[in-house]
Every structure is written in structure tokens, then in C-alpha cells.
Design a binder for this molecule. Structure first.
Ligand SMILES: [Zn+2]
Length: 671
């Protein structure tokens, strides 16, 4: 049974440019939305920007812009980031849009007509930064949320009868324990509400950047009532067309950061109750993303942009890292070192290596067709892999649906490492060298089992890494992953004889230079970034994302180097590594060309080399050579060459392979 599924991110306040924290929330929602689409649910994924309030009015003024112009610019930055990252939102709501204003005013009228809005005088402290009235505080008191000094305000305001909802809210939290997740947040909210609720001032008359109160335009609506309403106005609430509202309301998941729990878990359900609207099913608060253990903040200058990571490692690497490394609900730490380490361990050497070695061997030994497993050659360890896969499917689903992304991915990667071990123990390359029927049958079984496990791990990882899993899926010969019905995912569906697609590395290994590049990009960005509270016009929106993760160094400012010389930076771009030849053979129809398979320690690659006249293939097997490991793949005679070996020759003379006098480990880098 498929149902509807409505998920929302908080709408982002346009006083700051998008950073990795915003990306984290939005990526988590994107992964959840993708999983629900995969399962056949009619899914609606909403994000957008929050653009009203005194803070924006003041920031725009400081920047010499109109508030609308200011909001337009920053809202565009968010949207273009999400587009660049390929995030699959269905709607992008802006609180300055007419459809939102109309909806908010309709909501106000409904709450007012139900008797929950009255006029009164407010005297008290207000935090402009948090747009928060601080109850019971003395003049000069600090804001309990951000620590800034509050301002004293006295004005005729409209009030919302929040106090009327205290009991109903407590009933909600206790009767529906999953309404707020995780439990720690639920307990905080419960004790806050049990401490007593005072009526809430919901209009302001001292500034004008907001939505006018219906029938009293001297007031604008409190920015939090305005902002929270986006979740319902985006579906057409208050308009003539309520099709979407009827289809998707209420939200199934509302994702927020822990700092806005009170607004979403106290005020929001109270507003909805007051307007007779059904409540969201669950509000999920995640923790903060810290940078090397400390909170990212503009004043510390340690705000990391997601774009930098996407430029260097690709968007899937960022998505995987955030969901794998951070325990959802808790604070998580981000560092470039941890990112690259995780990328290499789990993606380059994990899923990526499993894909390339399995598919390469099927190509080599079975002409690129998934072989038939043989009953005669069956062994208990094959069943063990099947069992691990079944467990991974079940565990992944239940963890993921409980927002435990890290554990879900851990269970999928448990399968990846089990197959890795299985391949090492069964040595398919050794079986491939033998010609007897028994070895041949065992080889077919081992490769079939590995490919089936690869298929399942790839399917599970799809909502988290949509692009790279789509590529592996195609390489497996399975076509468009979007067409696959994930409710059917089970062991044993890989059709025998499936013709593989073209095999290509999906996660090229990243080295230390990747970290340096990201750090430099952030340093440069921070030194040119506009001061806080000014709009980000100095930042050019990034160009379209490359479709594949690329390790190519981004263009750097050209240093002055004497004619004909290159800088050390240019040299370090070339990744020279020691590799050992595993297979060498002539290429049909090409006198000079040899096809080699070389082991880099972390992976086996195919390289084509024009050395057939100088070296007999059999003399090369076992020999250690030097290759350019980060050369973009090239096609020669219809075969892909993934790297280049180094050989020296004089014009017209025979090439001589570069080699070492002393023994040298496979994979060592030349520098
Ligand atoms: Zn504050």
C-alpha cells in the first residue's frame, strides 16, 4: 500500500547565506523524500525562505537596499545551491510571495474568528535577533536564546491565547509520544509547557516589513506566525485551489534544527489547533553541525560552505558523509580530514571498489554478462552473503524510517565489507586463471553472488547518493534506477545473463591535496566574503555542478613562474603511483598496444600502453611500474585506459619502463 508523504524543511531566514548546516537539513529531507518516492508514496517535499521581520529590515537598510531586493538576493542563493546539489524539492515557498501572504491572512482570520486573538498592551523585552519576546525579563536583560541584550518595547498588540492550549499540548505530547523526536527534545518541551504558558504577542506596529494584520494594517503579523504558516500556505491554504492541501495535509515529517524546537512544538501546534487544522504527525529536531568540535558562526569565521565540498568531492560524498558521520538528533562534528577519510574508506575503497572489481571481472571472464551460479559449485559462504543482504535490507529500512541514517548506512556497508572479504577469500582472479570446469563454475558463482550483493547495496544507498548509485545501477546493466520498484527489493533478483553497461570508476580516490584544496577555497571565500548582515552580492552563484565527482584541481590564481617552468602546485596535481602488473595481453588488431591490469593496492585498473614492441606481455606480469593515477580515462581501440604508465624513450627508440632498484610497496606515491 502506498500513501501520501509530505515532508518540510524549516524555511531559511535570509539574514545569512547558505552554509553546510542548511545543506545538512535539506539533504536529510531530500534523502527521506527520495526513499518515499522509491517506495511508491505520493511525495511532496517543501523548502523555502523566511523573509520578513525587523532583522531583515535593518540588514537591508545597512546594505542600502530595499528589504525586498535584499530578500530576493539571498533567497536566490539558497535556491541556486539546492538546484546545484540536485535536491529534489517539489515546491519552494517564499514568505514575501502573494500566495503566502494571502494564506497567512486567512489563517489569522480563522484563529481570530475562533476567538483566540485579542488586543492588549505589551510592555516587555524583545530580542530582535531571535524575533522573540522574552517573558518576565527586566529591561537590559539578555536574551535566553542568543545572549544578546533585549530591547524594551511597549505597544498595543494583538495577542494569541496560547494559555488556552496548555492542557491540549500536554495531552498531545503524552498521547502521541512520537510527535517530537528525539525524546530529549520532547522532554524539554514538555517541561517548558508544564511550567505554564502565557499569551503570545503576535503583532508589531513599530516596523513595517511584514504581512499586514487583516482589517488593521497599522500592525504587521509576528514573524514566527508568518513563517510557521508557510507549511500550510504552500499547499494553497486560503486560496481558491485547495487540491494540494486536501491531498497532502498534514505533514508526515517536519524537520527542524534543535534551536527552533519551541516555535515548532509549542506555538505551531497551538496555532493549528486554534484554526481547527489537523496537526503534523511528527516533528524531528536534529543537532548542530560543529566544525572541528566548535559551533560554526560568522563571528568565528569557521562557517563552511557546502559548495566547496561539492566542487572537490561531488555532492554524493557530502550527502554520504553528513548522513553517515553524524548521529541524527545529536550534534555532529565536521572536518575536512574526517570527510576525506570517510570518503576514501567507505566510497572509494568500499562501494566504489566493490563495483569496479566485480564488474571488471565479469567483463573479463564472462564477456560482460552476469554469469550463471552453479549448484555444483555452491558453498555455505554464498548463503552467508545472501543472509547478510537480507538482513541489510530489513535493518536499513527500519533504521532509516526512524531517522537513524548513520545506522542504516552502517548496515548497508556491513554488506559491502562482507562481500569484500568474500571476494578476497574466494580469489576469483585465481579461479579465472584456471581452465577446468570446476574452477569456471565456482568463478561464476562467486561473481554472481558479488554482483547481486552489489546490486542490493546500491539500491539501499540510492536515496543517500542518488547520482553515483544511478551510475553503478547502469553499469550493472539494470537501466534507470528510478524505474525500479524498491518495495520488491530482495535477494536473488539479478537476472542471469544481464549484459553489463560500460564499467567506470564512480568514486576516484581522494588524497591529501583534496583537503588542502578545500581549505584554500574556504580561506579565500572567507577573506572575500561580505561582512555579516550584508547581502551576498559579492558572491557569484556557482556554475552548474559537474555531473561526475571530479578530482581535477579547480583553477587557481596563476602564480608568476619563469617561462617554461611549472610551479610545485602544478607538479603535485599529477598523482604518480607504484602499481603492479597483474594481467598483460596483446590487443587484437593493434601491433603496439598492450592491455594491462595493474594493482594500485586499493584497486585494480585497466591501462593500455604502446609498449608491445618492446615488452612481451608475459614478462610484465608481477613487475612494478609507475603510473599516472589521476589521468582522466581515455578510450583506445574501444577499450578504456584508466591511467598511463611511465616509460622513457628517445625519438624513434624503444620505450623503457620506469622502475626501482629497491623494493617499493604497491600504491606508493612518487613525489
Ligand atoms: Zn536572541
Amino acid at each position: 500500500m502506498s500513501g501520501k508523504f509530505y515532508i518540510t524543511t524549516p524555511i531559511y531566514y535570509v539574514n545569512a547565506r547558505p552554509h553546510i548546516g542548511h545543506a545538512y537539513t535539506t539533504i536529510a529531507c531530500d534523502a527521506i523524500a527520495r526513499r518515499h518516492r522509491m517506495l511508491g508514496d505520493d511525495t511532496w517535499f517543501l523548502t523555502g525562505t523566511d523573509e520578513h521581520g525587523q532583522k531583515i529590515e535593518r540588514a537591508a537598510q545597512a546594505a542600502g537596499k530595499s528589504p525586498q531586493q535584499f530578500a530576493d538576493e539571498v533567497s536566490d542563493l539558497f535556491r541556486s545551491s539546492w538546484d546545484r546539489f540536485g535536491l529534489s524539492y517539489d515546491d519552494y515557498i517564499r514568505t514575501t510571495s502573494d500566495r503566502h501572504k494571502r494564506g497567512v491572512q486567512a489563517l489569522w482570520r480563522k484563529i481570530r474568528d475562533n476567538g483566540y486573538i485579542y488586543k492588549g498592551t505589551y510592555t516587555g523585552q524583545y530580542c530582535v535577533s531571535c524575533e522573540l519576546y522574552v517573558d518576565g525579563a527586566e529591561p537590559g536583560a539578555e536574551c535566553p536564546t542568543c545572549g544578546r541584550v533585549t530591547e524594551t518595547v511597549k505597544e498595543d498588540n494583538y495577542f494569541f491565547k496560547l494559555s488556552a492550549f496548555q492542557e491540549k499540548l500536554v495531552e498531545l505530547y503524552t498521547g502521541q509520544p512520537d510527535f517530537i523526536r528525539p525524546e530529549t527534545r520532547r522532554n524539554e518541551v514538555l517541561s517548558f509547557v508544564n511550567g505554564g504558558l502565557r499569551d503570545l504577542s503576535i503583532s508589531r506596529s513599530t516596523f513595517s516589513w511584514g504581512i499586514p494584520v487583516p482589517d488593521d494594517p497599522r500592525h504587521v503579523i509576528y514573524v514566527w506566525l508568518d513563517a510557521l504558516a508557510n507549511y500550510v500556505t504552500a499547499l494553497g491554504y486560503g486560496s481558491n485551489d485547495t487540491t494540494k492541501y486536501e491531498k497532502y495535509w498534514p505533514p508526515d515529517v517536519q524537520m527542524i534544527g534543535k534551536e527552533i524546537v519551541r516555535f515548532h512544538c509549542v506555538y505551531w501546534p497551538a496555532f493549528l489547533m486554534a484554526a481547527d487544522l489537523p496537526l503534523p504527525k511528527c516533528i524531528v529536531a536534529h543537532g548542530w553541525l560543529l566544525f572541528e568540535e566548535s559551533k560554526m558562526s560568522k563571528s568565528r569565521g569557521n562557517v563552511v560552505r557546502a559548495d566547496t565540498i561539492v566542487d572537490v568531492l561531488g555532492v554524493d560524498a557530502l550527502r554520504y558523509f553528513l548522513l553517515r558521520e553524524v548521529v541524527f538528533g545529536q550534534d555532529g562534528s565536521f572536518s575536512f580530514d574526517a570527510l576525506v577519510q570517510r570518503y576514501n574508506a567507505d566510497l572509494a575503497n568500499g562501494l566504489g571498489n566493490l563495483a569496479s572489481r566485480t564488474l571488471t571481472m565479469i567483463t573479463r571472464y564472462f564477456k560482460g554478462e552476469v554469469p550463471y551460479p552453479s549448484h555444483a559449485a555452491h558453498k555455505p559462504e554464498d548463503d552467508a552473503i545472501a543472509e547478510t543482504a537480507r538482513k541489510a535490507i530489513a535493518d536499513f529500512g527500519s533504521y532509516f524510517d526512524q531517522f537513524q541514517f548513520s545506522k542504516a548506512l552502517e548496515s548497508a556497508w556491513g554488506l559491502v565489507s562482507a562481500v569484500d572479504k568474500y571476494i578476497v577469500e574466494n580469489e576469483p582472479w585465481a579461479l579465472g586463471d584456471k581452465q577446468d570446469e570446476e574452477s569456471r563454475q565456482r568463478l561464476a558463482t562467486v561473481l554472481h553472488t558479488s554482483a547481486e550483493a552489489l546490486r542490493i547495496a546500491t539500491a539501499l544507498a540510492h536515496p543517500v547518493m542518488p547520482d553515483s548509485t544511478a551510475k553503478i545501477w547502469e553499469q550493472l546493466g539494470l537501466g534507470d534506477i528510478k524505474q525500479f520498484d524498491f518495495k520488491q527489493l530482495a535477494w536473488g533478483q539479478l537476472h542471469l545473463g544481464t549484459k553489463l553497461g560500460e564499467v567506470k570508476a564512480v568514486f576516484p580516490r581522494a588524497d591529501k591535496s583534496a583537503i588542502e584544496r578545500m581549505q584554500k577555497m574556504e580561506e579565500q571565500n572567507n577573506s572575500t566574503a561580505p561582512a555579516p548582515m550584508t547581502p551576498a552580492t559579492a558572491v557569484t552563484p556557482p556554475a552548474a555542478a559537474p555531473s561526475a565527482p571530479t578530482m581535477a584541481a579547480p583553477a587557481k590564481p596563476v602564480a608568476t613562474v619563469p617561462d617554461g617552468k611549472i610551479s610545485i602546485d602544478d607538479f603535485t596535481k599529477i598523482e604518480l603511483r607504484v602499481a603492479q602488473v597483474k594481467v598483460a595481453e596483446r590487443v587484437k588488431g593493434a601491433d603496439k598496444l598492450l592491455r594491462l591490469e595493474v594493482d594500485l593496492g586499493t584497486e585494480v585498473r585497466q591501462i593500455l600502453a604502446g609498449i608491445a614492441e618492446a615488452y612481451a606481455p608475459e614478462t610484465l606480469v608481477g613487475r612494478k611500474i609507475v603510473i599516472v593515477a589521476n589521468l582522466a580515462p581515455r578510450k583506445m581501440r574501444g577499450l578504456e585506459s584508466n591511467g598511463m604508465l611511465l616509460a622513457a624513450s628517445l625519438e624513434g627508440g624503444k620505450p623503457v619502463l620506469a622502475s626501482f632498484l629497491e623494493d617499493v610497496p604497491i600504491g606508493a606515491r612518487l613525489k
